[in-house]
Design a protein around this ligand. Structure first.
Ligand SMILES: [Zn+2]
Length: 164
């Protein structure tokens, strides 16, 4: 019975599963392929490669998904990004202490979050910050470790006293 019905209604089901029924398009609504809620087009990002020029997941789902990615890597993605910013973005407030002093991120880490993550995942715990053992050295697997914020501040102030 079930299979017969499926075969009979098969075509209609496929259309429905495309989330782009003529009724919805006419009403300027679109069903999100992730949360399955029907929402106005304004809640979807434009995307030229789709049939109706809008992405299949709503903005809310994209935002939630990004958060999930961030959480998944225990904040290490943010660590990786800000490390590169400190070294290569003159607009960054801390640039003068890093990039401005010639501190660099090693090529392997610069090019690949995955490589950095593989090195960091077993060393990093919540609340720890990346620290360079040699303050004049680069961000490399050999020169880096994870320390608590307090240790990190203590180290930098000690270095500060030593320098001046
Ligand atoms: Zn959604």
């Amino acid at each position: 019975m079930h299979w017969l019905r499926w075969r009979k209604w098969g075509d209609a089901s496929i259309v429905k599963h495309h989330f782009k029924t003529p009724e919805l398009i006419k009403a300027k609504l679109k069903r999100c392929s992730v949360c399955r809620k029907t929402k106005p087009y304004a809640e979807f990002n434009k995307n030229k490669s789709t049939i109706d020029n809008y992405q299949d997941n709503c903005r809310e789902c994209i935002r939630k998904n990004n958060l999930r990615i961030k959480n998944k890597f225990n904040g290490l993605y943010a660590t990786w990004q800000s490390m590169k910013k400190r070294c290569y973005s003159p607009k960054c407030k801390a640039y003068k202490y890093y990039g401005g002093r010639g501190i660099e991120v090693c090529k392997e880490w610069q090019d690949s979050f995955q490589v950095f993550y593989d090195w960091a995942k077993n060393k990093h715990r919540k609340g720890l910050e990346i620290d360079r053992k040699n303050n004049d050295g680069n961000y490399t697997p050999e020169n880096c470790r994870f320390v608590t914020r307090i240790e990190n501040m203590k180290n930098s102030s000690l270095r500060g006293f030593a320098k001046y």
